[in-house]
Design a protein around this ligand. Structure first.
Ligand code: ADP
Ligand code: MG
Length: 407
């Protein structure tokens, strides 16, 4: 429909420079430039290298997306950008570019949360998200179960990993097996030739008294490393396919079991899976099997929309515009540890609407007024948010492995 919002989205939280353009729920362009090859020899993403690559790729990728979509920047109804979480320097490049375009074009700016975008992207594939949406978000930096009554403003964490993220475990195990970088796709590939029941690796946090919705993958990672080491010590060959398949099975068994439990407990009949690990073929097939058995409808975007991209940011931006959510002010900060509960970031000069109903949007782009759901300090909010933030910042502050390119 022509009256649906036309939004450009910019994603630079890690090593993918993504620019997407959507009209409502329709994907018009998905341009990506990845610096993954530049990081490969370090075995993980080097923040400074990523930032510089974003800087070089930013404008050409925006131009490529506009061309692909066949639209003019003047026709846009808004510019959305990942404001966090992610690598600080990398985020800054995207946020600065988004501000420049929003200011120059006189368009409203929407600083949004990377994690909510990973969920919202499914609207481009399967139409409007049900409300509430139950989402399993699994990537290199996160493993969370989220209940989202409103993807533009109300996302509630039910559980998360207490140590490594699922993608991180894939990447580390791949390293132990000498499968190179990035690890997830390589394990997925090798596992297809292996026996998932060959080795009984542990299922973390699945005991009767363990947290119902939390995950733990660090023990599994260590168990795999020990098993491989002991084989090598004995001078025996390491059956890579069997190790990959058995490890992968342990991860996806727990992820799907807990996700379905969360749906059942909360009376939700849909499950959405997003994030880079949602590209995993075994996760997709086991989730489908178990959802079918439980009478739950599964929604997983195609693999190219699961890994980081700009279309997901545009999708969330378009939903914000469609729902009349307030835009961000032009002093929007990049927040490397933005908690998942902060779906959008209002900007520094944003003021809480007064009881009389006034709101101030000083510094805002034309058409981008501030006001609404977020308090001025909330982006740096509560303790829980802080914990979550911490683990993410930790993940990204260290050199870590990253994903496939989907260009
Ligand atoms: P980020 O964590 O920065 O948000 P992504 O959402 O793109 O990045 O997720 C990247 C992670 O997804 C990496 O850990 C990568 O190994 C993992 N991944 C990508 N494809 C697969 C796959 N087929 N199987 C398992 N993991 C995968
Ligand atoms: Mg991601």
């Amino acid at each position: 429909m022509a009256d649906e919002p036309l939004v450009l989205g910019i994603e630079t939280s890690c090593d993918e420079t993504g620019v997407g353009i959507v009209r409502g729920h329709t994907l018009l362009a998905d341009a990506i430039a990845s610096s993954v090859d530049e990081h490969a020899r370090y075995g993980g993403v080097v923040p400074e290298v990523a930032s510089r690559a974003h800087l070089e790729a930013m404008v050409p990728t925006i131009q490529r997306a506009l061309k692909q979509a066949g639209v003019s920047a003047r026709d846009l109804d808004g510019i959305a950008v990942t404001a966090g979480p992610g690598l600080a320097g990398a985020l800054l490049v995207g946020v600065s570019a988004a501000k420049a375009y929003a200011y120059a074009l006189g368009k409203p700016l929407y600083g949004v949360n990377h994690l909510a975008s990973h969920i919202c992207v499914d609207q481009l594939e399967h139409g409007a998200l049900p409300e509430p949406t139950m989402a399993l978000l699994v990537s290199g930096g996160h493993s969370s179960l989220l209940l989202a009554p409103d993807i533009t403003g109300d996302v509630r964490p039910l559980g998360a990993t207490i140590d490594d993220a699922a993608g991180e475990a894939f990447d580390k195990v791949a390293r132990v097996l000498g499968l190179g970088f990035p690890g997830g796709p390589a394990i997925d590939r090798h596992a297809r030739e292996g026996d998932p029941a060959a080795i009984a690796f542990p299922r973390g946090l699945t005991g009767g008294r363990d947290a119902r919705y939390d995950f733990s993958f660090s023990g599994l990672k260590t168990a795999v490393a020990r098993w491989v080491e002991s084989r090598r010590r004995e001078g025996r060959e390491v059956p890579i396919a069997d190790v990959a398949a058995s490890f992968q099975e342990a991860v996806v068994d727990v992820l799907t079991r807990k996700a379905i439990r969360a749906c059942r407990d909360n009376g939700v009949d849909h499950l959405m899976i997003g994030g880079g690990v949602a590209a995993n073929s075994r996760l997709r097939s086991l989730a489908q099997e178990r959802c079918d058995d439980a009478g739950i409808l599964l929604r997983v975007p195609r693999p190219g929309l699961c890994t980081d991209n700009g279309a997901m940011v545009a999708a969330l931006g378009a939903e914000m515009v469609a729902r009349g959510r307030p835009a961000s002010t032009l002093d929007l900060p990049a927040d490397s540890s933005l908690p998942v509960t902060e779906v959008s970031v209002p900007g520094h000069t944003h003021e809480e609407p007064s009881p009389k109903g006034g709101s101030a949007g000083g510094g805002s782009a034309r058409g981008g007024q501030a006001g609404g759901a977020h308090g001025p300090d909330s982006a740096h909010g509560n303790d829980h948010a802080h914990d979550h933030a911490h683990s993410h910042a930790h993940d990204h502050d260290h050199i870590r492995r990253q994903t496939t390119s989907i260009s």
